[in-house]
Ligand binder design. Structure first.
Ligand code: FAD
Length: 545
């Protein structure tokens, strides 16, 4: 069955009919990872997501698959080791989507850790994270640092360091894992909310689910239910009357996006701010994005917004570090805000809280997982599925975790050099089709070798203008193969255009709405409603609401 809205009725019938070994609630990176691991071990798996896949925190991170340098400062060596080795694995599984990115760390005369301490710290980091020799940290003199990044203020730079990180697209990573899980037999549905648990002798045996598009309700029966609802984990524990002991502490983090020419950094930079926090500035295509903040949050979890104060904090930090940039609020082209579902610890402030994951088990059998990182999703999934199999399927012989070997895309590219040569081929083909060859990198980073299907789509739409053919081909692909249901699924989480291509979004929004309406069978009222919802997201992202 294709991973497409066209099969929604069959998927719902399948969910309502059978009994599953495992039902996962939440289609962020945590839930998707668990569904993939469990399906690969031979369990019959279902997953429901109340909005779109990755619509929670998993599309609102800094988009780094990282070794967690800041955890070294907090002396969380185990965490650095785990996420560090995971980076290399996830890169191997999706080399077009988890891309090596060298990070510059400027060092200052009067603040920060100092040159030698940083050098030793990064050496430990490389060791714990198992970084390959050629990628290990390189210390820079003051002159080399200012040459590496001439925009840096030069008065108190003492030197710098270059170290290895990976950047990704969190939403695409989540979607690709969902697609891979579906390919292994898991049944996944977006726009489907868990409303109530169904019990038999006080043990959970299923979940009453609401289809958010038709508002029909149906019950999914399962031997085990895992709550991977990120910031909403405690809400589900409350429904289960099992919210006791430790709970979540939500903190908000925001990012702003400015045009590349407003902050033309030559590479990704991780710099410290006078209040002791560290901030990233990451160039990506035609923009640079900057983040993040870390403040306690108790507001609406379904609409997390960046405030003018959040944006001003980041702008002030950038202007201090890169004085010639002279950024102002009006330079912000887009932004996003997300919630960290951290575990509450008495007396600790937002940035002191551990990023470790934790599993809670209730007497009803509900297994909840919270905390953690995008980077550690695979290990978190392994721990949860180990627990599920041990507790509930002890006598059934199941395979051990194999996700370290399961490619998470239908990508033919096995490593960076194959990705590069594939991108060169795509560049040539796009040029021949009169499409800006520069789009090749974006397409390959989004879709990997499935860009071949997009190219077929461009050829089918060749009678249109190049811009139209390109966007319609992506729309056709994501509607057909990536469970797109709404305009914002397409513009926010499949293509990332709301964040990284605002002008492209504005230029194509009406065309995409019309074409999508035709493909999905929408009436004019639904098309108008879709445009209104997307406009609200654009207003939030551009700070116009
Ligand atoms: P979510 O992505 O929020 O997924 C939970 C899902 O559950 C949601 O989609 C929600 O809609 C769904 N749900 C909730 N209730 C229900 C229900 N009743 N029925 C059905 N579905 C439901 N980590 C990194 O490794 N690298 C980084 O660079 C990084 N940067 C970050 C920056 C910021 C600002 C933040 C906030 C986090 C960052 N993280 C990073 C952490 C990482 O993003 C999160 O740990 C991760 O995305 C959490 O994923 P999740 O699946 O647990 O939660």
């Amino acid at each position: 069955m294709q991973f497409s809205f066209r099969h929604r009725p069959q998927i719902i019938t399948e969910l309502a009919a059978g009994k599953f070994d495992l039902l996962v609630i939440g289609g962020g990176i945590t839930g998707a990872g668990i569904a993939l691991d469990a399906a690969a071990r031979g369990l019959r798996v279902a997953l429901i997501e109340k909005n779109d896949f990755a619509s929670g925190t998993s599309s609102r991170s800094t988009k780094l698959i990282h070794g967690g340098l800041r955890y070294l400062k907090q002396l969380e060596f185990g965490l650095v080791r785990e996420v560090g080795s995971e980076r290399a694995i996830v890169h191997k599984l999706a080399p077009h989507l988890v891309v090596p990115e060298k990070m510059l760390l400027p060092l200052h005369e009067k603040r920060g850790l100092g040159y030698w301490l940083t050098s030793i710290g990064l050496m430990v980091y490389d060791f714990l994270a198992g970084v390959r020799k050629e990628d290990q940290r390189r210390m820079l003199t003051r002159r080399q640092t200012l040459k590496a990044e001439p925009l840096l203020r030069d008065d108190d730079i003492k030197g710098g360091a270059i170290y290895a990180e990976y950047r990704t697209d969190d939403a695409r990573l989540t979607i690709e894992i969902c697609k891979t899980a579906a390919g292994l037999g898991a049944v996944l549905l977006n726009y489907a909310s868990a409303r109530k648990f169904v019990y038999d002798q006080e043990k959970i045996v299923g979940v009453e689910t609401e289809d958010e598009l038709s508002h029909a309700r149906f019950t999914i029966r399962a031997s085990v239910v895992v709550n991977a609802a990120g910031p909403w984990v405690d809400e589900l524990r409350e429904i289960d009357l099992s919210r006791t002991g430790k709970g979540l502490h939500l903190t908000k983090g925001v990012h702003i996006v400015v045009p590349k020419n407003k902050l033309p950094v030559k590479q990704a930079i991780y710099f410290d701010v006078e209040d002791g926090r560290m901030i990233f500035a990451i160039p990506r295509g035609k923009i640079t994005y900057i983040g993040t903040t870390d403040t306690d949050y108790t507001g609406d979890k379904n609409r997390v917004m960046i405030t003018a104060d959040d944006a001003s904090y980041l702008i002030a930090a950038v202007n201090k570090m890169f004085p010639s940039s002279k950024l102002v609020l009006e330079d912000i082209e887009s932004s996003w805000a997300g919630l960290r579902p951290l575990i509450f610890e008495e007396g600790k402030s937002a940035s002191e809280l551990s990023r470790k994951d934790e599993i809670f088990e209730s007497s009803s059998g509900l297994i909840s997982i919270a905390g953690g990182k995008l980077t550690g999703y695979r290990k978190m999934a392994e721990r949860v599925v180990n627990l599920v199999t041990k507790k509930h399927f002890g006598n059934k012989v199941l395979k051990p975790c194999t996700t370290q070997e399961i490619r998470i895309t239908r990508s033919g590219c096995k490593n960076v050099s194959e990705v590069r040569s594939y991108a060169a081929t795509v560049r040539k083909i796009l040029g021949d089709l009169n499409i800006d060859p520069g789009e090749a990198t974006t397409l390959v980073e989004l879709y990997g070798a499935e860009t071949d299907v997009i190219i077929e789509g461009i050829r089918r739409n060749i009678h249109r203008s190049p811009t139209e053919a390109l966007i319609i081909a992506q729309l056709e692909f994501t509607v057909q193969h990536e469970m797109v249901n709404t305009l914002s699924d397409f513009f926010v989480r499949r293509t990332g255009m709301l964040f990284f291509g605002m002008s492209g979004l504005q230029a194509t929004i009406n065309l995409v709405a019309t074409e999508m309406g035709r493909m999905m069978g929408w009436d004019s009222k639904r098309v108008a409603a879709e445009l209104t919802s997307l406009d609200a997201l654009v207003k939030d992202a551009t700070l116009r609401s």
